[in-house]
Design a protein around this ligand. Sequence first.
Ligand code: DI6
Ligand code: FE
Length: 401
Amino acid sequence: MQCDRIWRGARLATVAEGSPGLGIVEDGLIAAREGRIIYVGSASAAPTLTAADEVDCEGRWITPGLVDCHTHIVYGGNRAREFELRLEGASYEEIARAGGGIVSTMRATREATEEALVAGALPRVDALVAEGVTTLEIKSGYGLDLANEQKSLRAARRIGGLRPLSVTTTFLGAHAMPPEAAGDKDAYIARVCDEMLPAVASAGLADAVDAFCEGIAFTPEQVARVFDKARNFGLPVKLHAEQLSRLGGAELAARYHALSADHLEHADEPGIVALAKAGVVAVLLPGAFYFVRETHKPPVELMHRHGVKLAIASDSNPGTSPLTSLLLAMNMAATLFRLTVEECVAGVTREAARALGCLDDRGTLEPGKWCDLAIWDIERPAELVYRIGFNPLHARVWRGR
Ligand code: DI6
Ligand code: FE
């Protein structure tokens, strides 16, 4: 069989569904053609393969390229000053209600040009890429009017062209109230539904639609209007649900068969059961949990009991998770939420791809999928989760290169 490139001498964590544990193959081999995996498995069972290029992995581990399935990485400015205020005792919600928080990032984002947004985001994106991320979701939600939401989504799309990386974009117009809406949430939601979402969808700027269902943001009823509109445009939905309080976001996400429900610190059993029944992925965001000093943990035991799929993401954003490390997110998910090593590794690969609706072509090492690989200098997968602030990535492969 002719292929473009072969990786030999590797230990594989295929993370393929149905294989026990992480789908480990000692003596592993991967062959790629035209960017896709055409063989993955043990070298002894491989067909005869010829390739122009062969890489000896010298016993290193290969996992699927990492997928960060929840970020707000495109924004202007930063919130270091707000961090200082929080250290002096102000709460995240107090700052938000006093016009700081998301709205201060909105101002800085509106002031920035598209070029400046790209330039500001790239160092953060590069930090993720340096740890093996090959697919990155980027949300809008700091523009909060049509022109600035479009600008943010265009900046996000451009990042995918500037780095060897797949970027998926999510329209999060229903993230916060812009000051000019003068507190009229229904009127703002009407603009999201009737003006922003149709324009963004018709321009092909969004792969999904998200909303923030929260006391400081929007009610389930308001979010449902946004989701109905997304459905009209054939866009899948995701939801920031039960992060700071429980409003029934989990049930709402289930009702709309969302790709994912994210955060879920305050979810209860009926909500978790609903997610399980609807096959909605729970995306855990331990960086935000840590950074806002949340004490209410997501109900991971209930998620286990009811068989909810668990993904982990950075939530990279200036206000609640200025985090640009999926390795650290894994460590936090294990330490703070007691996820196992297998759940952590699957959470940033297979389950994160599922949370983006792209499990068909990435997230695991299987024939036919994109050849997106992370090659690690480790002796066992637990090292990816165990270390704090150490990056054992040896090489990263995106679409076979
Ligand atoms: N939940 C979050 O944690 C971020 N957005 C959201 O809906 C916070 C965004 C910010 O504070 O800038
Ligand atoms: Fe978020």
